[in-house]
Design a protein around this ligand. Structure first.
Ligand code: NAD
Ligand code: AKB
Length: 317
């Protein structure tokens, strides 16, 4: 078992639950403190310490870090793209201040490592759409993307200015069955599996040929851990690494589900989230992650679909 003491903030969210469980396996349950605004997630109960925390309360966060001898923080609390457009100032405030609170405490307390995820949402309509490079035009048009881009700059700044070992990935849309997604544009790719099993029909809020970069959660968790485990000297990108898994459209994911459930049907009624999706890339070049720390995804659309449906069927009984 490793000696580090980890704090996960936003541990009850879509990524937080699975990342906390994975970290507890590696570091021991008691060495990973889970925290969130919400009640403890069912899957976390009995696996390690849980603390109720509002990351916006810097003093409370600071006390928690000192009291638990925290050496690493994983900051996952955020307002995602679709929810962010409903209250842009709140999204900006939460997404930025949470990161600044963590970075500043990391500097003051000399914490070993910080993880904070960025997103493909940093890219905008003027970025190349296909195999979007690591370094290219970045002009996000959503408040979520703007906050992620500003956050990346802050991470790089803290690293260069204060030596803070902060690491980040630009996750694509994440698909998972353990914990529900929280207000993103790519959430349709989770909902569609549930509705296929529950209703046999899904009304999609994006149009059928909207391609977006996506990733299955086991790949995302492995990428996060591989990045955090990598020797610091190998991390050449201190803003956030591009990360790629797969790319597909609603029509293609529906087709993959129909391989298992032939009677499944989908209708398309694009809403305000279509504009957000249209502003994002369709696929991502993650060559720098592959070169620096050996990133390779393991799941494609058919393999993910088989696993999602198998696990959701078990879950739903
Ligand atoms: P989520 O919304 O599912 O979970 C976020 C968690 O943070 C929630 O449990 C929420 O209760 C908690 N939270 C919110 N405000 C808080 C506060 N003030 N104090 C403490 N906790 C608070 O989000 P997620 O999908 O798990 O995303 C985690 C991170 O990954 C975010 O930074 C998000 O931008 C990023 N990301 C996610 C995806 C994705 O597809 N899920 C893709 C790209 C990037
Ligand atoms: C969202 O859709 O907002 C997230 C993301 C891609 O960052 N899933």
């Amino acid at each position: 078992m490793k000696k580090d003491k980890i704090l996960v903030i936003g541990a009850c969210g879509q990524i937080g639950v699975e990342l906390t469980l994975a970290l507890r396996k590696m570091y021991g349950g008691n060495n990973v403190v889970a925290s969130d605004l919400r009640e403890e997630h069912e899957l976390l109960k009995g696996t390690g310490p849980y603390v109720s925390l509002d990351v916006m309360n810097k003093e409370m966060l600071h006390v928690l870090v000192i009291r638990h001898n925290i050496t690493q923080v994983y900051l996952l609390a955020a307002i995602l793209s679709a929810t962010g457009e409903k209250n842009p100032l709140l999204a900006w405030h939460i997404n930025m201040q949470s990161l600044l609170n963590v970075l500043d405490i990391a500097k003051e307390e000399g914490l070993d490592k910080i993880y904070w995820p960025s997103s493909i949402a940093v890219f905008g309509p003027n970025s190349p759409k296909e195999t979007t490079p690591q370094h290219t035009i970045i002009e996000p048009t959503t408040i979520y993307g703007i906050s992620k881009f500003a956050g990346e700059r802050w991470c790089e700044y803290y690293h260069h200015r204060y030596g803070t070992d902060v690491r980040s990935l630009r996750y694509p849309g994440l698909i998972s069955y353990k914990s529900a997604p929280g207000g993103g544009t790519t959430d349709y790719a989770v909902e569609i599996y549930h509705e296929a099993l529950d209703e046999g029909h899904y009304k999609c809020f994006l149009s059928e040929n909207t391609y977006l970069p996506m990733m299955y959660m086991p790949d995302a968790i492995r990428a996060t851990i591989e990045l955090m485990e990598a020797d610091s000297a190998r991390i050449t990108v201190r803003s956030a690494y591009n990360l790629s898994g797969m790319s597909f459209s609603p029509k293609e994911i529906a087709g993959a589900i129909q391989q298992h459930i032939p009677a499944f049907t989908v209708s398309y009624e694009p809403d305000y989230r279509q504009d957000i999706a249209n502003s994002w890339p369709q696929s991502i070049d993650d060559g720098e992650a592959a070169k620096d720390w050996g990133w390779q995804p393991q799941y494609d659309l058919p393999k993910m679909t088989e696993d999602m449906l198998k696990n959701l069927k078990e879950q739903k009984g």
